[in-house]
Each structure stands twice: as structure tokens, then as C-alpha cells.
Ligand binder design. Structure first.
Ligand SMILES: NC(=O)NCCC[C@H](N)C(=O)O
Length: 255
């Protein structure tokens, strides 16, 4: 396993048909989305990440949101069982890639469902969103797998957002940040900081005190900067129309 390796998956030609649940559908410019994806990938590379591309899945419009297909922790990769039937075929190609990288592989199985976007790891805890895509059996199975790498699992209700990480993510110091209108249970977290923009709830820890955020959340980026972090921003507007955010476009493997 290489330190600072990230999995990514290029958008396919049917991206515009991706699922929307909490938003009204708006037209997607697939060429622009491709440019935005290249900029996102370039931002990771500039921060020292080696990118491994999962083969494209042209028949799966949402495959670009690769985070939902696998949860990586320590030497373990847990292949998910996505809660939306349309997304289940995304997982097999991810399995081949994580096996090549040397991960020990586990799997969420029926009746359990789980999307990687529902799993927020911070410190020794994995908070898991229990809601639209992830069910109780999925959380239970994940808890068993993550215990083997020393993580405890805590379920958190998610009703107003697609995934837990659509509503909250965590700063490197463990502070959970969120956009209040979609956070069901802020008391679940030991430290919680409210952000003024929906896209401001999402950070990707690039390491060395650098965080990646969406260009749609400039006020939130300023708040994060004033907390002592460097912030790099990328425009992912076409993916935001499909309820994507900066976290879901990659899987960071920290070796
Ligand atoms: N982890 C994430 O936030 N994934 C975004 C998935 C968006 C996709 N359109 C879906 O509904 O599954």
C-alpha cells in the first residue's frame, strides 16, 4: 500500500442521469463536469497524492462518486452494498483495485446496505449515517469489520440529507463541521461548528494542514482558514447538482 494514494473514477457519458433525491433535477454539462473532475484530480496530485483510477463504468451514471463503493481503514477495505439498486454494479471494479493495492477485503452483504458517504471517520470513531441509503444491518456489519482495525462505530440519524457526509465532515482536529439545516443531531459530536453554506460542510483532508473545499462555499472556507488551516478550492458545480461534494469524488487511502 502506498501512503497518500487516492482512488478516483472518471465520470462516464451518462453522468447527467445520476440520481437526485433531495434536489430538483437540473441539466448537467458533461464536458464541464469532465473539466471540473480534472481540476479536482489535479488538486489532489498537487498536494502529493498518487491517484489510482478505478476503471470507468459507463453504464453507471453515479460511479464517479467512488467514495460510496468502499470504506478504507488501516489495512482493510470494506466493499459496500449501496442502498440504491442502480449503484450496486459499481462495486466489483473497486474490489479488483483495492485487492491490487494489497488491502484485506470485507464486504457489506444483504440485508445490510451501506454507502461510503455515510461513514465519517475521525479519531478512533466511525460515525455512520443511518437513513436513506444505509440501514441498521449495514451499520452492524460495518461495526464488526471496523473493530478489527480499532475503530468504534456510532450510528447517527440522517433524514434531511443524502448521506451523513452530505451534512457533516470533520476538521483534522476532530471538530465536526456542518450546515445546520440538514444536520439532524449535532449533539452526537463532541465538538461541532456550524458553517454558513451547504458546500461549506465538506472538507477533504489533504494532509499537512491543507483542506480541499468546494468553490461554492467561500465564507465557510474563510472560517476554516481562520481556524488555522490552508484551504484549496475547486469548482465542482456540476457534481453538486447531483448531490455530490468534494469528499465523494475520491477515496483517500492513508496506508
Ligand atoms: N458520498 C456522496 O455524497 N455521494 C454522492 C452521491 C450522489 C449520487 N447522485 C447519488 O444519489 O447516489
Amino acid at each position: 500500500m502506498t501512503r497518500r494514494t487516492a482512488l478516483v473514477r472518471r465520470p462516464g457519458p451518462r453522468l447527467a442521469e445520476g440520481l437526485v433525491t433531495h434536489l430538483d433535477r437540473s441539466p448537467i454539462d458533461v464536458d464541464l463536469a469532465m473539466q471540473q473532475w480534472e481540476s479536482y484530480a489535479a488538486a489532489l496530485r498537487s498536494a502529493g497524492w498518487h491517484l489510482v483510477e478505478v476503471p470507468e463504468a459507463d453504464d453507471c451514471p453515479d460511479a464517479v462518486f467512488v467514495e460510496d463503493a468502499v470504506v478504507v481503514a488501516g489495512d482493510l477495505a470494506v466493499l459496500t452494498n449501496p442502498g440504491a439498486a442502480e449503484r450496486k454494479p459499481e462495486v466489483d471494479a473497486v474490489e479488483a483495485v483495492v485487492r491490487d493495492l494489497g488491502y484485506r477485503v470485507a464486504r457489506i452483504e444483504d440485508p445490510g446496505t451501506l454507502d461510503g458517504g455515510d461513514v465519517l471517520k475521525t479519531g478512533d470513531t466511525a460515525y455512520v449515517g443511518l437513513g436513506g441509503r444505509t440501514n441498521g444491518a449495514g451499520v452492524q456489519q460495518l461495526a464488526g469489520h471496523l473493530a478489527s482495525v480499532g475503530l468504534r462505530t456510532q450510528a447517527v440519524t440522517v433524514e434531511r440529507a443524502l448521506h451523513l457526509k452530505s451534512a457533516v465532515t470533520a476538521l483534522p482536529d476532530g471538530t465536526v463541521i456542518g450546515w445546520d439545516p440538514v444536520v439532524d443531531w449535532p449533539q452526537a459530536f463532541p465538538a461541532y461548528l456550524s458553517m454558513p453554506e451547504e458546500g461549506g460542510a465538506h472538507v477533504v483532508d489533504l494532509g499537512d494542514g491543507v483542506l480541499l473545499m468546494a468553490a461554492s462555499a467561500p465564507k465557510s472556507a474563510d472560517i476554516v482558514r481562520s481556524s488555522g488551516y490552508d484551504v484549496v478550492t475547486v469548482d465542482i458545480g456540476e457534481f453538486e447538482k447531483l448531490e455530490g461534494c468534494v469528499t465523494c469524488l475520491s477515496v483517500r487511502c492513508r496506508g
